[in-house]
Write a protein that binds this ligand. Structure first.
Ligand code: MN
Ligand code: MN
Length: 322
């Protein structure tokens, strides 16, 4: 199963600062590549932040995340999982957005992820802002709604911004529920906090049966208990994992557009992902890393570390299904 072509370049063979940076030093296998059909998990860059309402910058995320991801080694430090030997992983490249036209970008993304889904590839995406997740779900959930475990300090469930603008990074999951891309009874949002415009998003969550676990409950109950409930909510059905880096406390992840204080530390940021083992993951993303606000590169480093944890549970679960 361990095909040499799909192995990352080792730091023993070429130093980590050298070479062209693909995600985790994997081979670049775009659409049309001779071995595209053999890819199980595709790492994808979504360099687009057209939905950002305040501090911009996540369009620069994928390039910075690719660069920092050259620090990732082949074996998980906690579980000792070696994901690249379990399934075929590759960098599929970037989705090309149209930075001057939000609706055209949504269409381009939807087409890209429809093709990824049709190829039977589970996507692991590096954003981009959180609006990117809507066209990803349009591609993945075209045939049936998915469950979702969503880490964020915001629900991103608002109806609209600026007098009826329906597509921002604060609205993707409202649209996804309306479009029946998500089954709200199998959706859980974890880490919600911060000041609010009003309760419109939370009222909507309650009205459709989305479970919201605010940060106070998260810390009061502890990670294992909360994540056991999350696994129970999504059950055995196909589930999307969406991880907004602003779930993490800004002391550990300042490089993002809408930080909220009082969040999990970087260890807890990884722990919640390790608790996803056994979840039937259809795809995952890590969004909202904004390099212009990430002076040390530490936010991107945490971001790719979260991506590696996501990849490890995706690969483990996929390998078990076979
Ligand atoms: Mn978000
Ligand atoms: Mn957020």
């Amino acid at each position: 199963m361990s095909d040499p072509f799909f192995q990352p370049v080792s730091g023993f063979d070429l130093p980590r600062f050298a070479g062209v940076p693909t995600f985790m030093r994997l081979p670049h296998v775009p659409f049309g590549h001779a071995r595209f059909d053999e890819v199980d998990i595709g790492l994808i860059g979504a360099p687009w932040d057209g939905g950002t309402t305040n501090r911009p910058g996540p369009r620069h995320g994928p390039r910075q995340l690719r660069d920092l991801s050259t620090m990732i080694r082949a074996q998980n430090g906690a579980s000792w999982v070696r994901p690249f030997e379990l399934v075929n992983c590759a960098d599929l490249g970037d989705v090309g957005p149209n930075p001057a036209d939000l609706m055209d970008s949504l269409e381009r993304f939807t087409k890209f992820y429809t093709d990824v889904a049709d190829a039977g590839i589970a996507p692991l995406t590096a954003g981009g802002d959180h609006l990117c997740t809507l066209p990803i779900l349009r591609g993945l959930a075209a045939k049936r709604p998915l469950g979702m475990i969503h880490f964020d300090s915001h629900t991103d469930l608002f109806h609209s911004y600026f007098d009826g603008c329906m597509y921002t990074h604060g609205t993707p999951f409202r649209r996804a529920v309306e479009e029946e891309l998500l089954d709200p009874s199998r959706v859980v949002q974890i880490g919600i906090r911060g000041t609010a415009y009003d309760s419109e998003d939370r009222d909507f969550a309650e009205s459709v049966g989305i479970r919201v676990i605010a940060i106070e409950e998260f810390f009061a109950r502890g990670i294992e208990d909360v994540m056991a409930e999350a696994r129970e909510i999504v059950g055995g059905g196909e589930t999307y994992i969406s991880y907004d880096i602003d779930f993490v406390d800004p002391a550990f992840a300042p490089g993002t557009g809408t930080p909220e204080v009082g969040g999990p530390n970087s260890f807890q940021a990884l722990q919640v992902v390790r608790e996803l083992e056994g979840v039937n993951i259809a795809g995952a993303d890590l969004v909202e890393v904004s390099p212009p606000f990430d002076q040390s590169g530490g936010t991107a480093w945490l971001g790719v570390s979260i991506m590696f944890e996501l990849l490890c549970v995706m690969a483990t679960n996929l390998a078990k299904k076979r």
